[in-house]
Design a protein around this ligand. Structure first.
Ligand code: NAD
Ligand code: UFG
Length: 348
């Protein structure tokens, strides 16, 4: 099998690439490296070499908005009798705040990029797709746990681009119900790192998200963790989220591929989360007790656009994909800390 993995050098993509290659699946990564380092590829190669694994990895430095690049990938693959069987599409922009400041960039990269990809796939008759959607499409509601039929009401341009892409899938599959196979995976909060410590999350600049900020406080790159509100309607007053180990999330993609290979056509929207909610204080406590680090924190006012609680109902992923998350919050903390300790400055 051969998979085109767009955004394969990013945080989530690099972990999926490694799992695919470990499984003996050929991988073509298409990435513009706008939000990732080419060093990621060296790390993947190092890991596989250390394991004496035979693998086939091809890297293409290109932009999903450039249809010619996409066409060439499909064309060259067919010409070499190694056609692409499935696309896993992760390439895109993901910062909520940046999307508010520069919405057109988000519509351009996320929506136009995905449209290009679908056009190319159609032209070269590749009809299987796994897509990276987001729990952010559920908006400001905190009716938990959230199942896939939860109200869709994104509150920022980033979330709106994910909804637009899902609508495109809907129209496309509706136009020919026997042709396309699409799983749109709605991720909750992917965190942690590969247990080898070779790949992990390396945000550019000051991290916006809790987990990378916390590990950077632990390593001394940031001074104090700001807790955005201790007056939420939750048991300890801090916000509750669904943190899923990055390897569990990556395994959800392999399960999706197996599912797509087992059926004739489909369009499924599927939550990928741990199915459990943890508060900011619980995350800090678990991280401190697992790693022995102390995390100085301050209580700040609530962050705009946050909700009290957001965690997934993952029954559908369990039943349909036969997948369930296996890793604990302790493993998340240990693996995240292992990555940060081995790479205090990320990939640089
Ligand atoms: P990431 O930024 O680490 O990875 C995205 C990759 O896409 C990067 O390597 C970047 O260089 C590449 N890219 C960006 N624009 C591109 C373009 N025009 N052409 C080709 N490549 C391009 O982000 P991630 O956390 O790995 O997220 C991957 C996907 O999952 C994104 O679509 C994101 O919206 C989605 N997602 C992420 C989260 C999260 O919390 N990390 C949650 C929900 C959904
Ligand atoms: N938080 C802090 N301090 C920080 C960062 C976050 O207290 O420095 C709190 C937040 O208020 C929230 C929790 O930690 O209660 C988690 O916040 P994150 O920023 O880590 O994650 P979010 O749930 O806000 O959002 C993330 C991505 C979104 C995505 C969403 C669901 O940033 O793009 O998960 O997948 F849509």
């Amino acid at each position: 099998m051969r998979v085109l993995l767009t955004g394969g050098s990013g945080f989530i993509g690099s972990h999926i690439a490694l799992l695919l290659l470990e499984r003996g699946i050929d991988v073509v990564i298409l990435d513009s490296f706008t939000n990732s380092s080419p060093n990621v590829i060296n790390r993947i190669n190092t890991y596989l070499d250390n394991k004496y694994l035979k693998y086939k990895l091809e890297i293409i430095n290109g932009d999903i908005r450039d249809k010619k690049t996409l066409d060439k990938i499909f064309f060259d693959s067919i010409k070499a009798h190694k056609s692409i069987d499935i696309v896993i599409h992760l390439a895109g922009l993901k910062s909520v705040s940046e999307s508010v400041v520069n919405p057109l960039l988000y519509w351009d990269v996320n929506v136009l990029g995905t449209l290009n990809l679908l056009l190319s796939m159609k032209e070269y008759e590749c009809f299987s797709l796994v897509f990276s959607s987001s729990a952010t499409i559920y908006g400001l509601s905190d009716l938990v746990p959230m199942a896939e039929d939860h109200n869709i009401s994104p509150i920022n341009p980033y979330g709106k681009t994910k909804v637009a892409i899902e609508s495109m899938f809907y129209d496309l599959c509706n136009s020919n119900i026997n042709l396309w196979k699409i799983c749109s995976l709605r991720y909750f909060n992917p965190v942690g790192a590969h247990p080898s410590g070779l790949i992990g999350e390396d945000p550019i600049g000051i991290p916006n998200n809790l987990f990378p900020f916390l590990t950077q406080v632990a390593i001394g790159r940031q001074k104090t963790l700001k807790i955005f509100g201790d007056d939420w309607d939750t048991e300890d007053g801090s916000g509750i989220r669904d943190y899923i180990h990055i390897i569990d999330l990556a395994e959800g993609h392999l399960a999706s591929i197996d599912y797509l290979n087992s059926i004739d056509s489909c369009l499924e929207f599927i939550n990928l989360g741990s199915g459990k909610g943890y508060s900011v204080f619980q995350i800090i406590n678990q991280f401190e007790s697992s790693t022995g680090c102390q995390i100085p924190f301050s209580i700040e006012s609530r962050r705009d656009g946050d909700v009290a609680k957001c965690y997934a109902d993952i029954s559908k992923a369990k039943t349909l994909l036969g997948w369930s998350p296996k890793r604990s919050l302790e493993e998340i903390c240990l693996d995240g800390w292992n990555w940060q300790m081995k790479n205090p400055n990320g990939y640089s």
